[in-house]
Design a protein around this ligand. Sequence first.
Ligand code: NAD
Length: 431
Amino acid sequence: MKLSIIGAGYVGLVTGASFAELGHDVTIMDIDDEKIRKLEKGIIPIHEPGLDRLIDKNSDRISFTTNMEQVVREADIHFICVWTPPLEDGSADLTAVRSVARELGKNFKKLKAKNQIVVTKSTVPVGTGKKIRALIRQTYKNEFSVVSNPEFLRESQAVADMMRPDRIIIGSNDNIAAQKVAEIYKDVKAPIIITDLATAEMIKYAANAFLATKISFINEVANVCDLVGADVEQVAEGIGSDKRIGKSFLKAGMGYGGSCFPKDVRALHQFSNDSGYDFKLLKSVIEVNEQQRNLIIDKLNKHLKIMNGKNILVLGLAFKAYTDDVRESVAIDVINRLQKEGANISAYDPLALINAQKHLGEDVIFVGKAYDGAQGADAIVIATEWPNFKDLDWPSIKDLMRKPLIIDGRNLLDPNEMRRMKFTYEGVGRG
Ligand SMILES: NC(=O)c1ccc[n+]([C@@H]2O[C@H](COP(=O)([O-])OP(=O)(O)OC[C@H]3O[C@@H](n4cnc5c(N)ncnc54)[C@H](O)[C@@H]3O)[C@@H](O)[C@H]2O)c1
């Protein structure tokens, strides 16, 4: 089939490459000239394991462009994969989605296109599909269909998630269009759930909000564990072994970040409100998530007394391990807060240093090795759950530090082992 992908970010590139792998011809479009030029030269602008190989392997089926007319000329099913960042009030900014809809409409009309299907993969509030239809209709009067096919990929394992998803959601008020989109995935072994447009849009938000709720729930359990002397890691293991609960998303720590959970939880809360429903549970999920990062700063304050002039090494800048993505990373927020209190920050991340530099002031010292940042440090904060931090030579790090304090915001290290090495160690909810 001839498909287009509009928006060459994490979702767009992985979707495009995976569709090509499934044998489809794919035109990938973005307004970012530089990005498209790089992609044409085989340079992949994001870190996503397996993506470069997939694009290279299928290069004869993938083309890149900045031109929407070419998109409409070359494809008849168009996947909108542009960003939908949060606005000040928490609602999703649909400027890019609207602009794509208008451009599609103009070019459908200009090229007298027929049998067009517009699919949203971007995460968009319920009702957006209808708005896209109305916007295209303003210029293009022929029949076309709108489908919602929300994306559930996880950065750092996005290729695997696209090729082997738990389920595929396809929502449309036009059953023939939904079946056509389902046909794209015919070689993917996953259940396909077909719904109406609004339901598919809602499924994406409900899924992310539920996972975020699990995280905030275990974080609250952790905070009680700290007070009563229980270990949240074992509590999580104990409750997660119950199949009805499941082990995933029960990791206590500094809270969730990234480009999806924070914005999607706030957006669901916002559009529930706009629809006349006060989603009380989500309000608490958001509050608890905020509270967790304050808690890390409180733990530091408790030990250091005065933050001003203290040297703190932050290990991990990405919003999670195995990615270079720092969007809404809790680490970045915590660094900003510590700097406001006068702390001197050095920071290390195996992948995200370059992206983090764009978000943090010049005052942060970025180090190429954890050991360099440990020199003279009064504390280390573990902010991302990179497993290789476990393998650092901790006794040598201790010798380099001025004060052997570790605040483990991701419960990555073994508290007993760290205390045996004579570190002052605090995790989250470790009793
Ligand atoms: N990143 C994830 O893990 C993930 C997972 C599931 C769903 N989503 C959702 O998918 C959408 C895209 O997320 P992402 O992480 O890929 O974003 P991204 O920021 O990585 O990429 C978005 C791309 O859209 C392009 N763009 C913006 N306006 C455009 C326009 N008018 N025309 C063409 N291109 C345009 C940008 O230049 C950018 O390359 C968002 O709605 C997000 O919530 C993301």
